[in-house]
Design a protein around this ligand. Structure first.
Ligand code: ZN
Length: 345
């Protein structure tokens, strides 16, 4: 089959479009999916660079997100049939620890993700456990089916499962533009929240407004704490989604109302920010760290997408063999929404 692989860590020039062996079923419960589309995530770039600190076998196929058609199932598999259009839950655990045995294998210390410790989705075929295959939401194309899983699971766990965002509440999203942020905006608007977004780009703020954002703040032109205070009559917001951290972290805490919740799944501007403990305890704040999400989060999300009619924002679609160009677009932060690789028609 054709796949895009790395043979060593490095720049985007390490991505090679080449022939490799198709995966074969080796364990009970496995299935093979013929991929139609894959989608990019920042983890693909960190894995390519070797920045995760994780030892991975080389050569290695990147890609956590994908959608396609089931073409082969192990004899024991009853939950999935050949010919089904599926999107992929990208994580598996050790199946033995306390988390795996209680249905929380995304919290397993040995969790493996497609494209990270497992061969990923920049390929014509991928192998994974049957329980990781979910039906593509009704009406979605394969590109859309590949575009939402990883960011969708992540934001659903942060905003809905952890922060319990409610209709009528105000959400502040720091740094609109990336996949998690733009998908969070769509979900929050659909459940009836008011959404304020920040960005250093007027163009991205404009696109966010077209997606329903109530207010956009250019953080290069004004102090978002001043603007948030004005917009909320001095009260502050109920929930902040901050996956930027660094210098912004203290300002995110300051933007919260009493009893507010801050959710984080990353720290692109620095993971060791100056904290403000007095703000945390005097304002009764809750801080939720999360990464990934459960199969139940994924099931709820698919159901919500089907009922709500939300479609993932696709920035651009590249053919598989142009994966290097697609990754460069992401590294240069030019995208709004998801970058997708088309693998076959
Ligand atoms: Zn485990």
């Amino acid at each position: 089959m054709k796949a895009v692989r790395i043979h060593q860590h490095g720049g985007s020039n390490q991505l090679r479009y080449e022939d490799t062996a198709e995966p074969t079923i080796a364990w009970p419960g496995e299935v093979i999916v013929k991929l139609k589309a894959a989608a990019l995530n920042h983890i693909d770039i960190w894995t390519r660079l070797g920045a995760t600190g994780m030892a991975i076998p080389m050569p290695h196929i990147l890609g956590a997100d994908g959608a396609g058609v089931v073409v082969q199932v192990d004899a024991d598999v009853k939950s999935v049939k050949t010919g089904e259009r599926v999107c992929l839950y990208p994580f598996t655990g050790c199946r033995e620890c306390e988390f795996c045995r209680t249905g929380r294998d995304f919290m397993c210390i040995h969790v493996k993700a497609l494209g990270e410790k497992l061969d990923g989705t920049y390929a014509e075929y991928v192998k994974l456990p049957a329980e990781n295959c979910f039906p593509i939401p009704a009406g979605f194309s394969f590109a859309e089916g590949a575009a939402f899983p990883l960011v969708g699971i992540t934001l659903w766990r942060m905003l809905i499962t952890n922060a319990l965002l409610k209709p009528g509440e105000t959400l502040l999203i720091i740094g609109i533009g990336g996949g998690v942020a733009s998908a969070a905006l769509q979900v929050a608007k659909k459940i009836g929240a008011r959404v304020i977004v920040t960005s250093g780009s007027d163009e991205k703020l404009e696109r966010a407004k077209n997606l329903g954002a109530d207010h956009g703040i250019n953080h290069r032109k004004s102090d978002f704490n001043v603007d948030v205070s004005k917009l909320t009559e001095g009260r502050g917001v109920d929930v902040v989604l901050d996956c930027v951290a660094g210098e912004v972290w203290q300002k995110s805490l300051a933007a919260l109302a009493r009893g507010g919740r801050l959710v984080t799944c990353g720290a692109t501007a620095g993971g060791q920010p100056r904290d403000d403990l007095s703000a945390i305890f005097t304002k009764h704040l809750k801080i939720y760290g999360s990464t990934l999400g459960s199969r139940e989060d994924f099931r709820q999300l698919i159901s919500f997408l089907t009922v709500s009619g939300i479609r993932p924002i696709i920035d651009r679609i590249f053919p598989l063999k142009q994966a290097a160009g697609a990754q460069r677009r992401m590294e240069e932060a030019k995208q709004f929404g998801k970058i997708v690789l088309q693998i076959s028609d």
